[in-house]
Design a protein around this ligand. Sequence first.
Ligand SMILES: C[S@@+](CC[C@H](N)C(=O)[O-])C[C@H]1O[C@@H](n2cnc3c(N)ncnc32)[C@H](O)[C@@H]1O
Length: 169
Amino acid sequence: MGCGAGAFLYPLAEAGVRVGGLDRSSAQLALASRAIPDGEFVVGDALDLAPEPAADVVLSMSTFIYFPSLDYAARVVSAMVSRATRAVAVLDVADAARRGEDLRRRIRAAGGEAAYARRYAGLEHLYYDRAWMTALLEESGLTDVRCETQSMEGYGNAPFRFNCWGFVP
Ligand SMILES: C[S@@+](CC[C@H](N)C(=O)[O-])C[C@H]1O[C@@H](n2cnc3c(N)ncnc32)[C@H](O)[C@@H]1O
């Protein structure tokens, strides 16, 4: 869900996993189709994710940050759970507990507040509380739900993001 150009899916496809993705950007999906010709890609909004065909694992990586509201995010999680037969993962979620620090470093990296506002106009990040996300996945029917701090070598955003996942009973 929100697969973009397929960076996350590519190594899975290379390992022989059958993959597919939905994204609202047809330009990104054109790149994904070129990189993964066997992948099944659909242009659409996250809320358009259909329950069929079922998939073992439904996941999103670095996409929930762009959602307009927590209510929208909750509806997307519900759609993801409806489609999954084994597990659902919501990865690289902006951590509300570190919002201030994250914003300060992003503004610094952009070269100040004005430059930051120009560069990221319309791309404001939505931050999530871990307890809220944990409860949402549990209330959506998943079991063994866990949320952990992102850990990815060389990825500067990692300390400010977390990953959550759970299993379809
Ligand atoms: C940072 S990219 C991540 C792409 C991919 N998941 C990866 O890890 O390589 C975020 C993607 O989410 C997509 N996206 C953001 N909001 C979306 C929405 N509401 N519905 C569908 N796609 C969305 C964007 O078009 C973009 O391709």
